[in-house]
Design a protein around this ligand. Structure first.
Ligand code: ADP
Ligand code: MG
Length: 228
């Protein structure tokens, strides 16, 4: 399965007119691969993720998530599709202060109405996969920035998403921790045969990804070769 954006245009109201945030964007992310999206601030990177997550409906074009064309789907159906197939990692982890690491991850399964007992063991597995077994019982304020970002990733994987969308995961981390988070995302993408889109300002870790594209003024161009 994969993620596909076909000829997607997205505009926002802007005074009397419209601002074109995405201009006929086409992108295909095969399963098991990571595409990095780079580009200056305001170029449309977060808009691209919002469209790919079916959080925002484009003016025109189609978004196909894991084989499902989202065009014309109801809000309820989109919410269900997102819950079952899309994992999102935001720049700032919105962790709940009163919950431990394992509870934050488990919560995602509760929200999806999945079994509680299985949820705890899966949450612990995911914490192990991101290297947080030792701190499963800690609350967010007892974790470092890098640990919180890894927890954020574990949480996004709880419902085993086919599509993983990640907005600037390394921006709050130093170089070494940023590289570790990126390596982790690549490994989790391969293992789960996910289609991952990773927005980043940080060009230094791009060697690890399969493809790099660049957004400028809402237009997608082939970016610098990975590792360049
Ligand atoms: P990036 O993530 O690359 O910084 P964005 O996708 O956030 O870029 O923004 C692309 C353009 O769309 C910018 O000009 C931004 O100001 C505008 N924009 C983003 N979100 C909205 C919104 N909800 N309403 C109006 N304009 C928006
Ligand atoms: Mg952004």
């Amino acid at each position: 399965m994969s993620l596909e954006l076909n000829d997607v245009t997205l505009t926002y109201p802007d005074g009397a007119g419209r601002l074109t945030a995405l201009d006929r964007v086409g992108l295909r992310v095969p399963a098991g691969t990571v595409t990095a999206v780079i580009g200056p601030s305001g170029s449309g990177k977060s808009s691209l993720l919002a469209v790919a997550a079916a959080l925002v409906t484009p003016d025109s074009g189609t978004v196909v998530i894991n084989g499902t064309d989202t065009t014309g789907m109801s809000r309820g159906a989109l919410t269900a599709l997102r819950r079952d197939t899309v994992g999102m990692v935001f720049q700032q982890p919105h962790l709940l202060p009163s919950l431990t690491a394992v509870e934050q991850v488990q919560l995602m399964a509760h929200l999806a109405g999945r079994g509680v007992r299985r949820a705890r063991s899966r949450a612990l597995e995911l914490l192990a996969a991101v290297g947080l077994s030792d701190v499963a019982g800690r609350r967010p304020h007892q974790l470092s920035g890098g640990q919180r970002q890894r927890l954020n990733i574990a949480r996004a994987l709880m419902n085993d998403p086919a599509v993983l969308l990640v907005d600037e995961p390394t921006s709050a981390l130093d170089h070494e921790r940023g590289a570790a988070v990126l390596e982790l995302l690549v490994a989790l993408t391969r293992q789960g045969a996910r289609s991952t889109v990773l927005v980043t300002h940080d060009r230094s870790h791009l060697a690890a990804v399969d493809r790099v594209v660049e957004v400028r003024d809402g237009r997608l161009t082939a970016g610098a070769a990975a590792g360049a």
